[in-house]
Design a protein around this ligand. Structure first.
Ligand SMILES: *[C@@H]1O[C@H](CO)[C@@H](O)[C@H](O)[C@H]1NC(C)=O
Ligand SMILES: *[C@@H]1O[C@H](CO)[C@@H](O)[C@H](O)[C@H]1NC(C)=O
Ligand SMILES: *[C@@H]1O[C@H](CO)[C@@H](O)[C@H](O)[C@H]1NC(C)=O
Length: 386
């Protein structure tokens, strides 16, 4: 026998023995170290789910009820979004789906105006392209089956296959198969406009959104029908600064908005006609201004008793099934006398000056400040009466 074998054998036995002892001694530690990676990986796969609840579909079904809501006592929101300088930004804030529809004591009167407009101006206030049918029906069903009866239980009561509007007595079928009829019912029962946007189906711009359906009774100086099928950017062509300041971030934001998130913003302008349904005349281009200035008596008389601060409370959210975006807004009109009486006259007058002082000076012409600015400011500052 090789003498080396004698050494080798006890040595190897010794090593084996040591190994066994080491393992026995560290049994718990080894077990833990084997478990830990598994445990850790479970945590990492859990975390995204945990951080996401506000972006989950649950958000559509956890609507907070307003149990004692008395629509006839609720004052309209006082929206005062003006700043001393007008800067073009998205200026959005996060909100909840419960906050989608704002109701107040103007509801009855507004519904009357809306129903009349839907009868008389149907072609202008309501439309649906075939590709938006599922989106319209999805929003409709969610509103009738979930949102309205949960949020406003005193105003909307489910009765059999219908939802009853407690103010007008109208019966809304819980489910609809005709998108035009669904838009009409929404328009007649909710004082909000709903515009549906879908990703473009053209290859070159498929992450950009197009307007594919709407019920819009209160357009503020544009014809919604003429915008049907257009990309966001083309809808905003007349808005100065939009292409330079906003287009890219808007397109990115619209494409990325996840299911379950809803954002809100407000805007304002001065309307000298005070009309809720306004297809044109609230905006102006540089060329139109030049033409007016040449014309004898081209600048119109401003009637301060008809002049209002016009604000929109806008929201944007995505439908979970069709994945369409819903742009919704409610219009508020405040006579400028009210602004002066409440002591906001000076701040609004400064903001009117500020239209030409911010990131897009062209706003001054676009919002027709050049036409009504001096007179409205003088009134707001208490220098003249109406
Ligand atoms: C709104 O929520 C988003 C996502 O949770 C967040 O990134 C953003 O900062 C929030 N915005 C504001 C204005 O709080
Ligand atoms: C409306 O609601 C009130 C109180 O909930 C109820 O007394 C009344 O009968 C309802 N009216 C209609 C038309 O449903
Ligand atoms: C508010 O913004 C929308 C576009 O987001 C525009 O169409 C509308 O004219 C603006 N309304 C007011 C009152 O400024």
């Amino acid at each position: 026998m090789d003498p080396l074998d004698l050494i080798r054998t006890p040595l190897s036995w010794g090593l084996v023995l040591l190994g066994i002892l080491f393992c026995a001694f560290n049994r718990d530690r080894i077990r833990k170290s084997l478990k830990q990676p598994i445990f850790r990986s479970r945590i990492t796969t859990c975390q995204p789910e945990k951080a996401a609840p506000e972006y989950s579909e649950d958000a559509y079904y956890s609507i907070e009820p307003l149990h004692n809501f008395d629509v006839d006592k609720e004052e309209p929101l006082k929206i005062r979004p003006f700043k001393p300088k007008f800067h073009m930004t998205m200026a959005i804030e996060n909100t909840t789906l419960s906050d989608l529809v704002a109701m107040d004591k103007t509801y009855r009167d507004r519904l009357k105006i809306r129903s009349e407009l839907i009868q008389q101006e149907r072609h202008e206030v309501l439309a649906c392209n075939p590709r938006a049918v599922p989106a319209v029906l999805e929003l409709y069903t969610w509103l009738t089956c979930t949102y309205l009866p949960t949020r406003f239980p005193l105003l909307f009561t489910p009765t059999g296959p219908h939802l009853q509007n407690n103010i007008t007595g109208a019966l809304l079928p819980l489910h609809m198969s005709n998108a035009d009829a669904a838009l009409q019912l929404l328009g007649e029962n909710i004082d909000d406009e709903f515009l549906f946007l879908l990703p473009s189906d053209a290859l070159e711009d498929k992450r950009k959104y197009r307007l594919e359906a709407f019920v819009n009774c209160f357009p503020s100086g544009f014809n919604t029908r003429a915008k049907l099928g257009l990309l966001l950017a083309d809808i905003h062509t007349p808005v100065p600064g939009y292409a330079q300041k906003l287009e890219k971030s808007m397109d990115r934001f619209f494409a990325a908005l996840p299911v379950g998130r809803i954002v809100k913003r407000c805007n304002w302008s001065i309307s000298t006609n005070g009309q809720l349904f306004c297809l044109k005349g609230n905006h102006m281009s540089e060329a139109e201004l030049a033409a007016k200035e040449k014309e004898e008596g081209g600048m119109e008389e401003i009637d301060l008793t008809k002049t209002v601060l016009r604000c929109e409370r806008q929201t944007l959210h995505r439908l979970p099934e069709s994945r369409a975006l819903v742009f919704a807004f409610k219009t508020y009109l405040y006579p400028i006398q009210e602004l002066r009486d409440e002591g906001s006259g000076e701040v609004l007058a400064d903001a009117i000056d500020g239209l030409g002082l911010g990131s897009v000076p062209g706003m001054k012409v676009y919002k027709r400040q050049v036409v009504w600015g001096e007179k409205v400011k003088a009134f707001l500052r208490g220098e003249i009466t109406a």
